[in-house]
Write a protein of this length. Structure first.
Length: 346
């Protein structure tokens, strides 16, 4: 992608310029030189190459991939994978594409040239990505991010964010506001529930778990909403409810529309959860009943409660009755019919 635009020195200068302009974590010139001097057997070199390739794959549809070398035994595999990637990118440098695969990165100069080539390809891909029109999915994500920032400002009592305000400035203002509010609270008052620092692989696993739980919760919620709809419809069957059907629907429909089948819980709620959310409170406790009690809970049945029966051990089994053999058929014996024993005629 960047073969005809950036040479070795040009890619280096552009990398430095992008870093100075806020390129977002791009390695410096000194870092490239130090890592290349360590050579292909260095974990820092293979890790940096893997990071450049992963960033490039996020912007370009590449088939080849490169995994970092965890030890000396993985260096040869790394060089073979890098050779396939350079072939797919049509690398113009013979020192990186010809000769023995395991001998191409023996010198620090070739290692540095590889870093320059990957960085120039990545920077060119980032420039091309900026020129592309945003996809509908990206637009939806941008709208969602703006809505979340507006909700944050509203919750903190801040004025509504100016659309032209840079995002770093807005985040700095939010951080300053939160720091000011936290300074007025006692220590450990807002301690987070999740204190562990997760790796990228753990976050991916956590996202999969969240997806499974989300599908299970959605299924259960839809089932409960369906039961609720059926229960409400049963109230319309009585003769008395026929005259009040319109009033019942008018009172019920606004509440029903507020019940959504999809869950709105995201991983952001996990990060925002505090330690007090892990405290389990019984639904029958006094603090809970203060908010859930209503007039219908105070209706008590006076007197003894009638026994409705229904216990299997108290039900008498049916007794067989005998009938005479019918004409034109039969199996030579009486025909038994199981049922309740009738009373004898007097």
């Amino acid at each position: 992608l960047g073969r005809g635009v950036y040479g070795v020195a040009g890619g280096l200068r552009f990398a430095a310029g992008m870093e100075g302009a806020g390129g977002g974590g791009f390695p410096s010139i000194e870092t490239f030189a130090e890592v290349a001097e360590a050579g292909v057997s260095s974990p820092q070199f293979t890790s940096l190459c893997t990071w450049l390739v992963s960033e490039l794959r996020a912007l370009c549809p590449l088939e080849e991939d490169v995994s970092p070398a965890c030890g000396p035994e993985d260096v040869e595999t790394f060089q073979i994978e890098m050779s396939g990637l350079l072939g797919e990118l049509r690398c113009p440098y013979p020192s990186l594409t010809t000769g023995d695969v395991t001998a191409r990165l023996r010198t620090p100069e070739n290692c540095l040239q590889l870093l320059y080539f990957l960085s120039s390809e990545l920077l060119a891909a980032r420039l091309q990505a900026r020129k592309r029109p945003p996809s509908p999915e990206q637009k939806n994500r941008s709208k969602e991010a703006v809505r979340e920032l507006q909700l944050i400002c509203q919750a903190l009592g801040m004025p509504e964010a100016d659309p032209g305000c840079p995002v770093p400035q807005l985040m700095a203002d939010i951080e300053a506001k939160i720091s000011g509010l936290l300074s007025t609270l006692p220590p450990e008052h807002m301690a987070p529930l999740m204190k562990s620092i997760l790796t990228s692989e753990q976050w991916k696993a956590l996202e999969k778990i969240h997806g499974v739980l989300l599908a299970e919760y959605q299924f259960r919620r839809c089932m409960m909403i369906t039961r609720f709809d059926v229960t409400v419809k049963s109230f319309h069957w009585s003769e008395r409810a026929k005259d009040r059907g319109a009033a019942m629907s008018k009172a019920f429909q606004p509440l029903r529309k507020s019940l959504q089948g999809d869950s709105q819980v995201t991983l952001a709620h996990l990060l925002a959860a505090r330690e007090n959310i892990s405290c389990i409170i019984k639904t029958s406790s006094g603090s809970s009943r203060d908010k859930t009690s209503c007039a219908i809970n105070k209706v008590l049945m006076t007197g003894s409660v009638p026994d409705r029966g229904g216990r299997p051990n108290e039900i008498e089994p049916p007794m067989p009755t005998w009938e005479k053999r019918r004409e034109g058929g039969g199996d030579g014996g009486g025909h038994r019919r199981w049922g309740k024993k009738g009373k004898k005629k007097k």
